[in-house]
Design a binder for this molecule. Structure first.
Ligand SMILES: NC(=O)c1ccc[n+]([C@@H]2O[C@H](COP(=O)([O-])OP(=O)(O)OC[C@H]3O[C@@H](n4cnc5c(N)ncnc54)[C@H](OP(=O)(O)O)[C@@H]3O)[C@@H](O)[C@H]2O)c1
Length: 282
């Protein structure tokens, strides 16, 4: 029997990945988390919970003992993330894990996104480790937009500086299912570009209007105007600049792809934007 571990299993994506493994009938599962209380429900369902922070290489090495394949979900600590990722890769190697599947970023090797350098460097760490790996280059979550539904409706607009750039987003559940399909595959590809159906912000506004019956329009602004609007909404300068830089990356096409890797892995159409907005509304 293959033993699978999922890191960051207390997060949205990790939890969905554990569910996807359980749905496939996998029972030899390890949830690696820094906050065990958050996954008490998974422990009650037979998932072995092991505690390790991404900052603690020794704890990670202990947590990955006896694990065959690990779904390594990227961390979210600005500035500290790459060192944390190095800990996970080195721990997996030391523990003798036979395959690492890593959730990275769409087109990380060429992307100008401010998020890309950590992901690209992590891919390089994986390659250098010698541990067989599968890179799951995730595009945007549909939930990044769907979770802002209340704000879109309150302001009547979708504000951004993407200048018509398209986003090939997919739901977290679709990404989790695709990750598990790749993790459990006999001969996975080394790199998957995972993405769903693309849209731009004007289409997002039109979809919100159609689903809710409330008119929402898209307002495209310059990067400077975007930063000023975000500052006006209460964001600090660093965060406002970061959000605007993400939009500039979308404008450059970094989150667009026509690759169908996700649909091939999950064996069904990807969740659509309208479905995600409907779910958020409910
Ligand atoms: N593609 C996208 O649109 C998108 C959007 C946002 C994030 N992401 C990336 O995808 C990852 C997963 O997304 P998500 O939605 O599941 O995020 P999430 O719900 O915020 O979960 C983040 C997970 O990372 C864990 N974590 C953070 N720092 C850690 C550390 N030092 N040691 C151990 N675990 C740590 C958290 O543990 P606790 O529960 O203990 O806090 C949590 O389980 C994120 O971490 C981020 O890298 C992608």
């Amino acid at each position: 029997m293959t033993t699978y571990a999922v890191t960051a299993a207390s997060g949205h994506l990790g939890r969905l990945a554990v569910e996807a493994l359980l749905a496939r009938g996998e029972r030899d599962l390890v949830a690696v988390v820094r906050t065990p209380a958050k996954v008490a429900d998974l422990a009650a369902r037979g998932v072995e919970v092991r505690t390790a922070d991404y900052d603690d290489r020794a704890a990670l090495t202990a947590a990955l003992q006896g694990v065959d394949r690990v779904l390594f979900i990227s961390g979210d600590a600005p500035g500290a993330r790459l060192a944390q990722h190095a800990n996970v890769v080195e721990a997996a190697k030391a523990a003798g894990v036979s395959r690492i599947a890593y959730t990275g970023l769409l087109r990380a090797d060429v992307s100008g996104s401010p998020l890309a350098p950590d992901h690209k460097a992590t891919e390089e760490l994986l390659a250098a480790s010698g541990v067989p790996s599968t890179v799951l280059r995730n595009s945007w979550y549909l939930e990044n937009h769907a979770s802002q539904l209340g704000q879109y409706l309150a302001t009547g607009e979708v504000l951004g500086s993407t200048h018509g750039g398209r986003v090939s987003a997919a739901s977290r559940a679709d990404f989790a299912e695709a990750a598990v399909a790749a993790l459990t595959a006999e001969s996975p590809e080394p790199v998957y570009e995972l993405a769903g159906v693309s849209f731009d912000l004007a289409e997002l506004a039109a979809t919100v209007t159609e689903v809710t019956g409330t008119t929402v329009t898209h307002r495209d602004v310059t990067t400077e105007e975007h930063v000023a609007a975000l500052r006006g909404a209460g964001l600090d300068e660093g965060t406002a600049g970061f959000v605007a830089a993400l939009d500039a990356s979308i404008a450059a096409g970094d989150l667009f792809t026509e690759r169908d890797d996700l649909v091939r892995l999950i064996g069904r159409p990807a969740t659509t934007l309208a479905e995600a907005v409907r779910a958020a509304r409910a």
